[in-house]
Design a protein around this ligand. Structure first.
Ligand SMILES: NC(=O)c1ccc[n+]([C@@H]2O[C@H](COP(=O)([O-])OP(=O)(O)OC[C@H]3O[C@@H](n4cnc5c(N)ncnc54)[C@H](O)[C@@H]3O)[C@@H](O)[C@H]2O)c1
Length: 372
C-alpha cells in the first residue's frame, strides 16, 4: 500500500500534509510505503533529504498521483481531481459543506474522499481534529500580526523615558482560535477582554487571564454539538451596540466568530470603527466567510479613519512548520483507523469517525450534510 504526499498547489499554501516524523512512524508498518513529491516540505522547513532519511521515496508529481492513498492539506483543483482514478483514497481539507463541485467531482471520479473538516468533534476524535489544530495556529498567527501592525508595545513598560501603558485587546468569538488569541495576547502583556455568545466560553476566557465581556441580556447561545446557534436579528443588534461601545476603548480587536456552514456574523459595524482611535488595528479571522467587521475585505488591509482592518486568508499557513506538524499528526491518527497491523487498508464504516469523515465513496456523495 502506497501513501503519496504532493506538493501543495493552492496559492499561499506553505504547509505539507506529512512531516518527516510522521513518515518515519508510518513507514514502520509492514507493507506501507510512502512517496513524497520533491520539494513538498520545503516551505515547512523539511528538505527532501529529511523525507528520504525518514523512509520515503522522493518522486515526481506523477509518482505521487499513482499512490493508493493521497494525503494533502488543501482541496485539489478540478485538474487534479480529473487525474485521480477510481478506487483511490484522498484525505484532505475539502470544504465539504461549501464546495459542492469538489464533492461531485470526487464522487464522479470514484474516489473515496475523507474531509478533515468532517472529523467529528468528539473526545475520541480529538487527536484527528484538524479544525482545532489549524485554528490554534490561526489564532496565534493573528495575534502576532496584530502585535506587529499595532506599532506599539503590548506589555506595560516603565522606562527612564516614560511609562508605557499596556495595550488593550478584545477578542470576539472564543472557540479554539479565539482562546488561543486570548492566551497569546495575554502572554505578550496586553489587557485582554474576550467575548462569546456561548456562556461556557466566559469561564475559559477567564481561565486564560482574560476578562469575559458578560453580555447577559443575550440568553446562552450554545446550540447543537457545542457550536453557537445563530442569533436573531434583534439579538445581533443588541450585541453590535454593546460591542461598539467596548470597541472604542480597544487598541486591537481580533475577531474569530463563526457559525458552521453560514456566513460570519457582523459584530463590528462601520460606525463602531469610526469611533475607534486612529492607529487601532482589527484582525478579522473570519474574513474568508464574509468577515466579522463590516469593512473587512478578504486578503486585503483596509484603512478607515486611521484604523487598519486586516482580513487575512489561510492564517494557519503563516506558521507552516508547526501547523504542518500538528496536521500531519491528525492525518497519521486518522490513517491509524484505516491501516491494519499487517499493513492492509480496510475501511470500517461502522466506525463513527470513518463514517462521518467520508464524503464520497464508490461514486456516491456520503453524509446528509454533505449531500445537502
Ligand atoms: N473534541 C472536542 O470536544 C472539541 C474540539 C474542538 C472544539 N470543540 C467545541 O466546539 C465549539 C466550537 O469551537 P470552534 O473553535 O470550532 O468554533 P467556530 O470556529 O465555529 O466559532 C468560533 C466561535 O465563535 C463564536 N460565535 C459565533 N457567533 C458569535 C457571535 N455572534 N458573537 C460572538 N461569538 C460568536 C462561537 O460560539 C465559537 O466559540 C466549542 O464549544 C468548542 O469547545 C470541541
Amino acid at each position: 500500500m502506497k501513501i503519496g504526499v504532493p506538493k501543495e498547489t493552492a496559492a499561499g499554501e506553505h504547509r505539507v500534509a506529512l512531516v518527516p516524523e510522521t513518515v518515519r512512524s508510518l513507514s514502520k508498518t509492514e507493507g506501507v510505503e510512502l512517496v513524497v513529491e520533491a520539494g513538498a516540505g520545503g516551505e515547512a522547513g523539511h528538505p527532501d533529504s529529511q523525507y528520504s532519511e525518514a523512509g520515503a521515496a522522493v518522486g515526481s508529481a506523477a509518482d505521487v498521483a499513482a499512490a493508493d492513498v493521497i494525503v494533502r492539506v488543501d482541496l485539489p483543483n478540478s485538474g487534479e481531481i480529473a487525474g485521480m482514478r477510481s478506487g483511490q483514497t484522498l484525505i484532505s481539507h475539502l470544504s465539504p459543506w461549501t464546495s459542492a463541485e469538489t464533492n461531485a467531482a470526487l464522487a464522479q471520479a470514484g474516489v473515496t474522499a475523507f474531509a478533515m473538516e468532517a472529523i467529528p468533534r468528539t473526545t475520541r476524535a480529538q487527536a484527528m481534529d484538524a479544525l482545532s489544530s489549524q485554528a490554534t495556529a490561526a489564532g496565534y498567527a493573528a495575534t502576532l500580526i496584530a502585535a506587529r501592525e499595532s506599532g506599539r508595545f503590548w506589555g506595560m513598560l516603565t522606562t527612564a523615558a516614560g511609562t508605557i501603558r499596556p495595550a488593550k485587546v478584545m477578542v470576539l468569538g472564543a472557540g479554539v482560535a479565539g482562546l488561543q488569541a486570548v492566551a497569546t495576547a495575554k502572554r505578550i502583556g496586553a489587557i485582554v477582554t474576550g467575548f462569546d455568545i456561548r456562556r461556557a466560553a466566559w469561564e475559559q476566557i477567564a481561565s486564560l487571564g482574560g476578562r469575559p465581556l458578560e453580555l447577559d441580556f443575550i440568553p446562552d447561545a450554545e446550540g447543537e454539538g457545542g457550536y453557537a446557534r445563530p442569533l436573531t436579528d434583534e439579538e445581533n443588534e443588541q450585541v453590535r451596540d454593546a460591542l461598539a461601545e467596548n470597541a472604542a476603548r480597544q487598541d486591537v480587536i481580533i475577531t474569530t466568530a463563526a457559525i458552521p456552514g453560514r456566513p460570519a456574523p457582523i459584530l463590528i459595524t462601520e460606525a463602531a470603527v469610526a469611533n475607534m482611535e486612529p492607529g487601532s488595528v482589527i484582525v478579522d479571522l473570519a474574513a474568508e466567510t464574509g468577515g466579522n467587521c463590516e469593512l473587512t475585505e478578504a486578503g486585503q488591509t483596509v484603512e478607515r479613519d486611521g484604523v487598519k482592518i486586516i482580513g487575512p486568508r489561510n492564517l494557519a499557513s503563516e506558521l507552516p512548520g508547526h501547523a504542518s506538524q500538528l496536521y500531519a499528526k491528525n492525518v497519521e491518527n486518522l490513517l491509524g483507523l484505516m491501516i491494519t497491523d499487517e499493513g492492509k487498508f480496510e475501511l470500517d464504516f461502522e466506525d463513527d469517525i470513518i463514517d462521518a469523515a467520508c464524503v464520497a465513496h464508490e461514486g456516491e456523495i456520503r453524509g446528509e450534510r454533505t449531500a445537502r
